[in-house]
Design a protein around this ligand. Sequence first.
Ligand SMILES: *[C@@H]1O[C@H](CO)[C@@H](O)[C@H](O)[C@H]1NC(C)=O
Ligand SMILES: *[C@@H]1O[C@H](CO)[C@@H](O)[C@H](O)[C@H]1NC(C)=O
Length: 358
Amino acid sequence: MRLLFLAVLRPHTGNAVTAQRVRDHLEAAGHVCLLRDAFDFDGPSEVAGLIRAEALEAALALHLYRAGRLLQGHGIPFGVIFGGTDLNEDISQGEKKQVMGKVLEEARFAVAFTESMKAAACLQWPQAEGKIYVQSQGIATAPNASFDWGAFLQRAGISRGAHGVHVFLLICGLRHVKDPLYLVDAFSEWHQEEEPSAYLVIVGPEVDPVFTREVKAKVERAAGVRLLPEMPQEDLHAVIQNCFALVNTSVSEGMSAAILEAMDLEVPVLARNIPGNAAVVQHGVTGLLFSDPQVEDFVQLAQGLLRDPALRGAMVARGREYVQTRHSWRAERDTYQSLIRTLEQGADRQDPLTRASP
Ligand SMILES: *[C@@H]1O[C@H](CO)[C@@H](O)[C@H](O)[C@H]1NC(C)=O
Ligand SMILES: *[C@@H]1O[C@H](CO)[C@@H](O)[C@H](O)[C@H]1NC(C)=O
């Protein structure tokens, strides 16, 4: 089939990554999939023009409000995927909620990433329950096999001391909500006074230029802390694989792909205790959660991890198991490929996922 896929594709957002992965799933099944940014269209008539010009037969939207509403009324079948802000924000605004309800009514299927997202949607639109499927986001990591870790450390200005190097990695767009400076003081003090092998390396795109200057100035003065620009995904995965632990300090909502990628790569995770992280990281089992940067908390957990290789080993084994069972890339591929078949002309309305399973 020739498919249109509308999503919000701002770079460095989870949505853009998810959309590209779903497009890959659909193309792997032999479909042609035009992925476009919903914000590039002024309204449904522009979308109608594209559908005609490209002879598109069906469509998919990631985000009911921002993308799904552009798919209505064109006479081609479509499916939708709930975006985070659909259910966190837009659902509580009268007019937006109404629009989303209409989109959902017209859609042949809807996908929610979690059971709780589905529950939130069903509370609002109980009649749609039968067509809302839960499919968690699939995680696939592909570290660059020829990545040069030594050169990376050199670039970061880190030399291996007598006790080796332990890199704590923070992958993070430089924005206030990601709070990249949260640990800097405590970490730097720990590095200077107790653990000279420990370094905090912050890697990420400069999203907010003013804030970036602030981060740079602060990092320059902090011993044991480094800042590096963003890098291609394969290289980033190689860095995760080589680092001692992945750190997450964000206060923002949502699910951290980096945390799941680290788990997949058998690297321990130290994450700030916020709902999004606590949903993924079970403290002491699949990773560690901290609430405070100071000695009592982050530093103590980091130290424990350094001193106790058995704890580290057990945790990474369970983290990987969690990702492979709960965020299987293969399962995600199967789900989208079966759901998209329900958009084919004359497709019967039998439950696509029951039919797909052997
Ligand atoms: C992998 O790493 C090597 C060495 O750093 C680099 O030359 C190459 O471009 C990287 N490949 C990819 C796909 O990122
Ligand atoms: C950390 O986790 C949160 C919530 O899970 C996520 O939104 C954020 O993007 C993650 N990344 C960073 C750099 O903190």
